[in-house]
Structures are given as structure tokens and as C-alpha cells.
Ligand binder design. Structure first.
Ligand code: ZN
Length: 299
């Protein structure tokens, strides 16, 4: 992990989850995301200190544990104030909600109580609406990047957009097979928004700094289109969500072997089914207490 200058007063920290750093004239810093745990946060703090900056503000793009788990350490050790989107604030302050929604709303079992799913809670000091903000003399824009998470935001400053998990690098896309999304409609709207933006640099949390995001957006869009087409091709006959999950994962080379991974894929497959139900391309039916999905034209 090191501090990399992007331009002017805008930096990023390369890590398993990249972080942004925006510094004002008084050398006070705004950190975008915090990494997963105290160990990452300790390194972030050291990098900020070594460069003579004072960490004053933290903006969390969304309440997934790998983006926010380091926040309590940084708040405790620097007194930084935390800002987030209103919806994500609820989860940041009640982190049990992440494994709860993964586990269908029920009390999550122990395998979902690890640092990848259950972050330590952090108090959010301020809610950021989408649009322009002046934070500590820095002109920021909070950009609605919903899709991967329902309240996901990006942070734009000085021609740099920190775009969280709105897109992932093509090589990571191939590794993940079916990227996690909570809303397919919103993810696709976010792709269109990213294609229309005119920032000089884009930094996804999982990937490298880019000057042109179009190819990466196209690869992410294609994967969603391919997944939709594949699920529709399966639904010429009626199938359960469980069958669709298994077959779709196999098609995109996903090998589920633990409970956490199962529920991440389950959430994503449900996002596709919700999208297709809302578009009335598919419908549900019920037999012997089983729920089936099939094409509306098939039945
Ligand atoms: Zn995420």
C-alpha cells in the first residue's frame, strides 16, 4: 500500500480496496473509504501522517465491510468525521443489517459473522445528498452510483471520480464471474451515467486508475447483458431460484463452496429475477409449496 498522486491535491491509496484522498490547502485530508479492518486502517493512518496530512473527514461510498471496516479505528485514533449516503448510514450504524439482508432477513448464522460480512459499526456524523458539496474548502461532487449497493455513491473532485464498486476491472470481472449487484436496473443506469461523465481519471475500488472508463463499463455492461440473456434462456421451462442460481453460476465459472459465497450469489441472482419480474419478462407460479420462475410468453 502506498500513497499515489493522481493530480494536484488528489491521491489514492492502492490496496485490495483502493481508497481516495483529497487534501485541502491546510493539508487536511478527506479519505474515501477505509479498507476492511484495523490493520488496513493503521497503514492508511501511517501514510496520511508520513505525508504531513491531517485526516479530518471520511466519506464511505457504501456499507460493504471491505469499504467501511477500517472506519472505527480511524475515527478513534484521528477524530475524523464520517459522511455517507442516508441509506448506507443505516447499515454503517447497524452493521448486522448486511448479514441480515444476505440471509433473507433472518438472524444470520456464525459463518456470516466475520469481517467480510459484519463490519464493526461506526457513527455517521453527516448525510451527503447527491450533488455538489464544499467540504473543508474542497469542491466535491457526490455521484449517485446505485446498483452494486442500493445507496452506493462516488466522490468526484478536481477531475477525478472515485467510483467505488460501480464497475470492476475486466480481469476481476472474469474472476468473479457474476459481479455482486443489488439492483440490475440501477447498475445499468450507473453504467450510462459513467459513460456520459467527463472526468479526467476514474478509480474503481477493485482495479487500476483509468483515464478512459468506456471499455471497462462496456465489459461490465456486457456481463450483465449476458447474464440476463442466459437466465432468460433457462426460463423457457419453469425453474426454482435454486436451480437458476446453480446453473447460472456454472455458466460463468463460479464455484460456490461456502455459506458466505452462496448468499452473495443468491443476492445477485435475486437481483436479476427482481429485474425480470419488474419488466414482466418472467412470472412466478407455485406448486407443492415451491416457487417457480418462467418466461411470461411461455405460460
Ligand atoms: Zn461493495
Amino acid at each position: 500500500m502506498k500513497l499515489n498522486l493522481i493530480k494536484d491535491n488528489i491521491y489514492y491509496i492502492d490496496a485490495p480496496v483502493n481508497m481516495g484522498l483529497i487534501v485541502n490547502e491546510q493539508q487536511e485530508a478527506i479519505l474515501v473509504d477505509t479498507g476492511i479492518d484495523d490493520s488496513v486502517a493503521r497503514k492508511v493512518r501511517r501514510l496520511v501522517d508520513e505525508n504531513g496530512f491531517t485526516l479530518k473527514w471520511i466519506i464511505i461510498t457504501h456499507a460493504h465491510a471491505d469499504h467501511c471496516g477500517g472506519a472505527p479505528y480511524l475515527v478513534k485514533n484521528t477524530g475524523a468525521k464520517v459522511y455517507a449516503n442516508a441509506l448506507e448510514k443505516s447499515i454503517l450504524e447497524h452493521p448486522i443489517l448486511e448479514p441480515v439482508y444476505l440471509f433473507g432477513g433472518a438472524c444470520p448464522p456464525q459463518p456470516l459473522h466475520n469481517k467480510f460480512f459484519l463490519a464493526p459499526g461506526v457513527q455517521v456524523d453527516g448525510v451527503l445528498e447527491n450533488g455538489p458539496h464544499n467540504v473543508a474548502g474542497c469542491e466535491l461532487e457526490i455521484v449517485d452510483l446505485a446498483g452494486h449497493a442500493l445507496g452506493q455513491i462516488g466522490v468526484a473532485a478536481g477531475g477525478v471520480l472515485f467510483c467505488a464498486d460501480a464497475v470492476i476491472a475486466p480481469e476481476i470481472l472474469n474472476k468473479h464471474g457474476i459481479p455482486l449487484n443489488a439492483s440490475i436496473d440501477r447498475a445499468v443506469e450507473t453504467f450510462t451515467l459513467l459513460e456520459q461523465r467527463r472526468d479526467n481519471y476514474y478509480l474503481p475500488a477493485h482495479g487500476t486508475l483509468m483515464e478512459d472508463i468506456h471499455m471497462v463499463v462496456a465489459a461490465n455492461r456486457r456481463r450483465i447483458d449476458d447474464t440476463v440473456d442466459y437466465i432468460l434462456s433457462l426460463l423457457t421451462c419453469q425453474r426454482t431460484a435454486e436451480e437458476l442460481l446453480a446453473t447460472t453460476c456454472a455458466r460463468f465459472n463460479v464455484r460456490i463452496n461456502n455459506l458466505g459465497q452462496y448468499y452473495l450469489m443468491h443476492l445477485t441472482v435475486m437481483a436479476y429475477l427482481g429485474h425480470l419480474l419488474d419488466q414482466k419478462q418472467i412470472a412466478t407460479s407455485y406448486q407443492d409449496n415451491r416457487q417457480y420462475f418462467s418466461l411470461t410468453t411461455a405460460g
